[in-house]
Design a protein. Structure first.
Length: 138
């Protein structure tokens, strides 16, 4: 069995944002030369997420509204974590959206269901963060 590891880096200029990283993960699979196996993609920062869903702008807008209702950014004083910080909501949003995804690799390609894409979700941006891509297989 072979393994491959690569880090992807993101710096979102705003506090929150979603980036479709499917093509970057597919590039990693090609670079790995692994034809059959699994790919793990995970956010290596506690206020960012990796998830799978549809690449549709209305859905992304709905996520923004829904996440803000579940873990509102303001008032920042509502969170004990925010003594000297202002990102407690980002930790909670990450918890909701998840840390990582695992996708099958079949014939050298991501083996997705209909409309599935991989996204990087940022909840406390404006600084450089990384995502790990780890591929195992033959």
């Amino acid at each position: 069995m072979k393994s491959f590891r690569k880090e992807l880096f993101f710096q979102i200029p705003s506090r929150r944002g979603f980036v479709n990283i499917t093509s970057q993960v597919a590039d990693c699979i090609r670079e790995s030369s692994i034809r059959e196996g699994l790919v793990l993609v995970n956010a290596m920062h506690i206020t960012a997420s990796v998830f799978i869903n549809d690449d549709e702008s209305g859905l992304h807008h709905d996520y923004e509204i829904w996440l803000e209702k579940l873990a509102p950014h303001e008032p920042v004083s509502q969170y004990l974590h925010n003594v000297g910080e202002d990102n407690a909501d980002a930790h909670m949003k990450r918890q909701i959206m998840g840390r990582e995804v695992v996708v099958a690799v079949t014939e050298g390609k991501l083996d997705f269901g209909t409309w599935e894409q991989i996204f990087y979700g940022e909840f406390d941006g404006r600084r450089r963060k990384r995502v790990l891509v780890k591929i195992i297989g033959e």
